[in-house]
Design a protein around this ligand. Structure first.
Ligand SMILES: Nc1nc2c(ncn2[C@@H]2O[C@H](COP(=O)(O)OP(=O)(O)OP(=O)(O)O)[C@@H](O)[C@H]2O)c(=O)[nH]1
Ligand SMILES: [Mg+2]
Length: 255
């Protein structure tokens, strides 16, 4: 299979001009990228890599993953933890519109590039994010275990996903901020129950400690890679079983 070099990712810190209106809410707004450039235009099917003279990492195949969920659940922090291994502590800077980062993973000997779209959870940006659903190969749907309302809104998010995303999109439910044990408002069992009801793989995560963060993205990458390249003789990758087996409990990593 041919290979391509990854263009430098344009993350939240990239100086890309935002063409979206500035946030009017009480929180400061993080500049976002309203529309991808030609090299990142969302497409339907996964793209195979091509030889390139650009700088960056090689990859064999690329997929689009979208982070969705209420404002403040930790989507941006989860992405930053995965991409840079850091935690964005301090003032909450709400995402404006949509932003993205790339990361290349080695999945069973194949370089899989995930183009990860970080959406704004705020209601007023919903129409912007709707346009991106149809091109997503996978969605990570987050709630905040310390915020019951964000959990109660999961059903509304699922309705939205049903309306705008591809019917075969890979979907995973994540309960984030499990490091905040004292403030927990949603029991792990309630997350598991909801996930079971909708047939979704589920994990609790912490962008702060890193708990299950790499695992969530790796699981998605494995599933997408297998869907696109699986030889008939290869055993089928089972996403549900994988996250159940590999996921760690919150107690193991609470600082
Ligand atoms: N304790 C703890 N705090 C977190 C965690 N993840 C995010 N936060 C905090 O939660 C707040 C919101 O995080 P963001 O990642 O900006 O939230 P978001 O979902 O991207 O919000 P929008 O961009 O508005 O949609 C920030 O103050 C973070 O520091 C986590 O795992 N644990
Ligand atoms: Mg954000």
């Amino acid at each position: 299979m041919s290979r391509k070099k990854t263009p430098k990712s344009k993350g939240a810190s990239a100086p890309a001009a935002s063409v979206l209106p500035a946030a009017n809410g009480s929180r400061p707004a993080r500049p976002g990228i309203a529309r991808p450039g030609p090299q990142v235009r969302p497409n339907g099917p996964p793209q195979l890599g091509r030889p390139s003279l650009g700088s960056g990492d090689f990859y064999d195949v690329t997929f689009k993953v979208m982070l969705v969920g209420d404002s403040g659940v930790g989507k941006t922090c989860l992405l930053v933890r995965f991409k840079d291994g850091a935690f964005l502590a301090g003032t909450f800077i709400s995402t404006v519109g949509i932003d993205f980062r790339n990361k290349v993973l080695d999945v069973d000997g194949m370089k899989v590039k995930l183009q990860i779209w970080d959406t704004a959870g705020q209601e007023r940006f919903r129409s912007v994010t709707h346009a991106y659903y149809r091109d997503a190969h996978a969605l990570l749907l987050l709630y905040d275990v310390t915020n019951k309302a964000s959990f109660d809104n999961i059903q509304a998010w699922l309705t939205e996903i049903q309306e705008y995303a591809q019917h075969d999109v890979v979907l995973m439910l994540l309960g984030n901020k499990v490091d905040s044990a004292q403030e927990r408002a949603v029991k792990r069992e309630d997350g598991e129950k909801l996930a079971k009801e909708y047939g979704l793989p589920f994990m609790e995560t912490s962008a702060k400690t890193g708990l299950n963060v790499d695992l969530a993205f790796t699981a998605i990458a494995k599933e997408l890679k297998q869907r696109s390249t699986k030889a008939p003789s290869e055993p089928r990758f089972r996403l549900h079983d994988y996250v159940k087996r590999e996921g760690r409990g919150a107690s193991c990593c609470t600082p």
